[in-house]
Design a protein around this ligand. Sequence first.
Ligand SMILES: Nc1ncnc2c1ncn2[C@@H]1O[C@H](COP(=O)(O)OP(=O)(O)OP(=O)(O)O)[C@@H](O)[C@H]1O
Ligand SMILES: Cc1ncc(C[n+]2csc(CCO)c2C)c(N)n1
Length: 272
Amino acid sequence: MTMMQHNTDHVLFYGDSRNNMIRSKKKGGDDDDDSIMLVLVLLNYHLPRFTPILWDQASLHVCADGGANRLYDELPLWFPDDDPADVRQRYKPDVIKGDLDSIRPEVKEYYSEMGVKIIDKSHDQDTTDLHKCVIFIRDYVPDLDKNHIKLLVLGGLGGRFDHEAANINVLYTFATVLRIVLLSEESSLTLLPSGYLHEIHVNRSFEGPHCGLVPLGAPSTSTTTTGLHWNLDDTPMAFGSLISTCNLLESDIVTVRSDAYLLWTTEIRYKP
Ligand SMILES: Nc1ncnc2c1ncn2[C@@H]1O[C@H](COP(=O)(O)OP(=O)(O)OP(=O)(O)O)[C@@H](O)[C@H]1O
Ligand SMILES: Cc1ncc(C[n+]2csc(CCO)c2C)c(N)n1
């Protein structure tokens, strides 16, 4: 498989190292982010209408179990003038992985005959399909490239709350291994580990104005930000007290420093 080709095309969304990424510098660490490779994971929930744009920019495309049904069913509907078979050939995943209890048999057979790698982990009923896909990506990508990967999870927000909570747990589980962003058509969500100065480059042509910083795993005794309408200045945050929601972007660059892991969310505005 030649899945990990470097993607040097201009990137409109979530991959442009100048416009839209989070640079997280440890004190004294290198700022080594010239080239970002996008990896997509498609879940079995509403795929955002911008999925085809991201697809063209990504180097690796993975479906989590029933996410393959979404790709098979929904992509042809977005290209009504094209033959569905041509659309499915254009948007052919590299891998389908999961416990395979949701992918329909005809969809599995269709992609299998196209040569798509299908990984059956039905024996594992303790981790979610997204977790299984992230393990595949973690093990597939050489260590040297991991800093340059941005994993976008399409259909990662909204829907059943237990699935959303599991997706957020994946952010925590792999926080120091891979940069992961959960996406829906309305929001992005990523985790900012503590101990870094996070320099977040937002693209206000499609992100914002609303945004939030949420100490989900544990309270923060001190968070300091720049670039927001309501900045925090060595401020504590905790559930039951202050959390920063309904905040507003005031700059293309937001900086965050905190003693706790924080979820960072932005509003997404997309008009097809
Ligand atoms: N209703 C939903 N809301 C939000 N996310 C979903 C929903 N259904 C599926 N997903 C996401 O898509 C992934 C793959 O979906 P799939 O239907 O194959 O999962 P599953 O493990 O069979 O789910 P279930 O708990 O329904 O048995 C899930 O792991 C989850 O992340
Ligand atoms: C304590 C505990 N709670 C729930 C599950 C169930 N579960 C968690 S992930 C998963 C796979 C979904 O594709 C399933 C069935 C478990 N194993 N352990």
